[in-house]
Design a protein around this ligand. Structure first.
Ligand code: SF4
Length: 383
């Protein structure tokens, strides 16, 4: 049979669509509940560290892969058409999309073939071409390939704005069920540690380097508990300076090793993000998360509400509480806490409409607060 090499447009369709499972942003609660993915073909929206969003061209360098990860569409266990972008082809394609003002940045991932270093060489050649030949200085998110050598990890950190490596599972035992060809401790966690170290050194020396490090987990395919996932996330925040963990609800892929397994409930993913916010942004400790005996977070309420029900016995005076205490009240986030502190310098806060105007979800906060010494009238919760 004669094999015809796909043209660039066909490669774009194949390699853009197969990058879909890489999460680029924390989905809005409504999107998770309704299973909405914010994407137009191969263009995705992502949040940036300093605030604001960006449109990313999300693409694979190649969908050829020698691994057989059970959750992955690109797995070599599944027969499908394989193709590869040459670095010059991919760089040119990105430049055209940029000139057409359809994208702001690049998110580049890849299948692994024939090995980690060869794969990273191609990805790095693509970004080097963009940076040094096409003069592109904008946003690049580059995946690190498990098992790649130190010099490739170091180069990726030098070239990109964000680097990431998907741990997929919280520990080696769970990973073995999902991705039997992958090794957790050295090839994955160890490479994240290298990247974190290179970033730290670059910051100290004032050199340009990636500013953030992220990872992603497949949720619900390996029998892992919420506790196991969040324990690893907490460790990654502490030891690697992880900027964010992303969670992807498992969905079975036809003809894959886990084709018969049921899809994970997206509500679980929402609770994991909420618990991670508690660790990252709200000052909670891992030991304070409200797990049940099986290590599960509650599904019928947010983890912060579950914590408040058990621990916030006395209402908190909004006009006096320090920021770290305000952040413990359900419905008050970092931004609304800052607004409350600014507003109460001007005038005492006396009713819920004032809190609502400051961005507080008052239906959640009302049972736990005092406003100028008085409990506010409780409202019925809508959600
Ligand atoms: S290494 Fe695993 S997750 Fe990555 S592309 Fe290959 S099969 Fe998919």
């Amino acid at each position: 049979m004669i094999q015809v090499e796909p043209d660039i447009q066909q490669k774009l369709v194949i390699l853009g669509s197969e990058a879909a499972d890489e999460v680029t942003d924390v989905p809005a609660t409504r999107s998770i509940q309704q299973g909405i993915r914010h994407a137009t073909g191969f263009i995705y929206t992502a949040r940036q560290e300093g605030g604001g969003t960006t449109r990313l061209f999300k693409v694979l360098q190649t969908n050829a892969c020698r691994f057989a990860c059970a959750y992955c569409f690109t797995s070599c266990a599944i027969r499908r058409r394989r193709t590869t972008f040459r670095p010059d082809e991919l760089a040119t394609t990105f430049v055209i999309l940029k000139q057409q003002q359809r994208v702001d940045g690049l998110f580049l991932s890849s299948g692994i073939v024939p090995d980690a270093d060869t794969t990273m060489e191609k990805m790095l050649a693509t970004v080097e071409r963009l940076r040094f030949k096409e003069g592109y200085s904008g946003y690049v998110h580059l995946k690190l390939i498990p098992g790649a050598s130190f010099e490739y990890i170091e180069r990726a950190v030098e070239l990109a704005d964000r680097v990431s490596l998907n741990l997929e599972a919280p520990n080696p035992e769970r990973l073995a069920l999902l991705a039997p060809d992958k090794e957790f401790t050295e090839s994955m966690w160890g490479r994240l540690r290298w990247a974190s170290e290179v970033m730290r050194r670059a910051r100290q020396e004032g050199r340009r380097a990636a500013r953030s490090l992220t990872t992603q987990f497949v949720v619900g395919a390996a029998g892992e508990s919420d506790r196991e996932l969040l324990e690893t996330v907490q460790r990654a925040h502490r030891e690697l300076g992880l900027w964010r963990a992303y969670f992807s609800a498992f969905h079975p892929i036809e003809r894959s090793l886990l084709a018969d397994q049921t899809a994970e409930d997206p509500a679980r993913v929402m609770r994991l993000y909420q618990a991670d916010f508690m660790l990252r942004d709200y000052g909670f400790l891992y030991d304070e998360l409200p797990f049940d005996a099986q290590g599960r977070l509650p599904r019928d309420k947010t983890p912060k509400e579950a914590w408040a029900e058990q621990h916030l016995r006395e209402p908190i005076e909004i006009n006096r509480a320090p920021r770290q205490l305000l952040l413990r009240v359900p419905g008050i986030g970092p931004r609304s806490a800052d607004r409350i502190i600014a507003a109460r310098r001007e005038a005492r806060l006396r009713d819920l409409s004032q809190l609502r105007a400051l961005g507080v979800t008052t239906g959640w906060a009302a049972p736990y607060v005092l406003l100028d010494g008085r409990r506010p009238a409780l409202q019925l919760r809508l959600w």
